[in-house]
Design a binder for this molecule. Structure first.
Ligand code: NAD
Length: 332
């Protein structure tokens, strides 16, 4: 199969490109390189598959579809900083929503029928019921970022009705880790996620880590999140493509391990794997942080045959090994 991967030079995109290629698929990658890295594609030996450009560029998309004739699209290209989206919603609606509409329109023009879309648990906002399955909480985003993802999911529903464009939306929970052989990983110069931030302290890049809130109603007072290994997630995209081609049914899945970890548990794992007892500073809660959220991924297990294989230690260890050898990210 030939797949157009938008955002394929980014963190999750590059891990997915790797799984696609290693399983015998062809890829063409569209990335603006604003937040992605040619070096990641060079490390994988696929930099010749990269087209540098923007998903908002309809003429470029037409050229790519006509020249490469992909069977399907995996759409990662987007901004992902929920905090930034609160201050600059326009940036998020424009890139995450409008540019995605430009991509969908180009797919319709060029009769490409299948898309796997990077959605997010951010579409749910503060949830009422745990674990979060696809039915038990009404989406209620707390940020323009989450809203932009929900809007795309809604648009996909209507593009199926009107144009028979078939989609799988994958709602990732907290993505972490890196390739087990450290060939590729996350560039932490822009990452605000807990595991890279914790490992910065473990590797002496920062002096300490702050824990926001230790008085939540959880087992140790810190927030609970569902961390999913980037390799597990990358593989889920291949299963989603298979499902689309086999069933021609549009649907959505929540993807996590189903096993939430507290902030303190992440910090303990980082201390034990690095062997460094770095400084931890406890500060008050941040507004807007829900106490706990984790996924019920049994629908993906039932329908796709997908289940996360890696646990928190695997994520922290692979991320630690990657960051240790790439202290300056892809600039190392
Ligand atoms: N990382 C997470 O924890 C997480 C969680 C939930 C959802 N997601 C979603 O997964 C997707 C990938 O996330 P990531 O962590 O790999 O982010 P990333 O920033 O590493 O990758 C995104 C890539 O898309 C490219 N890009 C952005 N807008 C573009 C455009 N208009 N045209 C072409 N290229 C463009 C960037 O240059 C970058 O390479 C995003 O859609 C994000 O919202 C990520």
């Amino acid at each position: 199969m030939k797949v157009l991967v938008t955002g394929g030079a980014g963190y999750i995109g590059s891990h997915t490109v790797r799984e696609l290629v290693e399983r015998g698929n062809e890829v063409v990658i569209l990335d603006s390189l604003e937040l992605g890295y040619r070096q990641a594609l060079e490390a994988l030996g696929v930099s010749d598959k990269l087209v540098v450009g923007d998903t908002s560029d309809g003429a470029l998309l037409d050229r790519i579809f006509q020249e490469h004739k992909p069977d399907a699209v995996i759409h990662f290209a987007a901004y992902k900083n929920a905090g930034e989206s609160m201050e600059n919603p326009s940036k998020y609606f424009s890139n995450n929503f409008s540019a995605t509409i430009s991509l969908l329109d180009a797919m319709v023009r060029n009769q490409v029928k299948y898309i796997v879309f990077s959605s997010s648990c951010a579409i749910f906002g503060n949830v009422q019921q745990l674990p979060v399955n696809e039915e038990n909480n009404l989406p209620n985003p707390e940020s323009p970022y989450g809203e932009s993802k929900l809007l795309v999911e809604k648009a996909l529903k209507w593009y199926d009705v009107a144009y028979s464009l078939k989609s799988v939306s994958l709602r990732y929970f907290n993505v972490a880790g890196s390739a087990l052989d450290t060939k590729i990983g996350e560039d932490w110069s822009v990452s605000l996620n807990l595991i890279p931030v914790t490992l910065k302290a473990a590797l002496g890049v920062t002096e300490a880590i702050k824990v926001f809130g230790t008085d939540y109603p959880t087992r140790d007072g810190t927030c609970i999140r569902d961390y999913i290994h980037v390799v597990d997630l990358a593989i889920a995209h291949l299963y989603a493509l298979d499902y689309l081609l086999k069933t021609s049914q549009s649907t959505a899945y929540n993807l996590g391990t189903g096993d939430g970890s507290t902030v303190k548990e992440v910090i303990d794992a980082a201390k034990s794997i690095s062997g460094v007892d770095f400084k931890v500073i406890e500060v008050p809660r941040r507004p807007g942080d829900p106490a706990a959220i984790w996924a019920d991924s049994s629908k993906a297990e039932r329908e796709l045959g997908w289940k996360a294989q890696y646990n928190l230690d695997d994520m922290v260890r692979s991320a630690y090994n990657w960051h240790k050898s790439h202290l300056q990210g892809w600039k190392s």
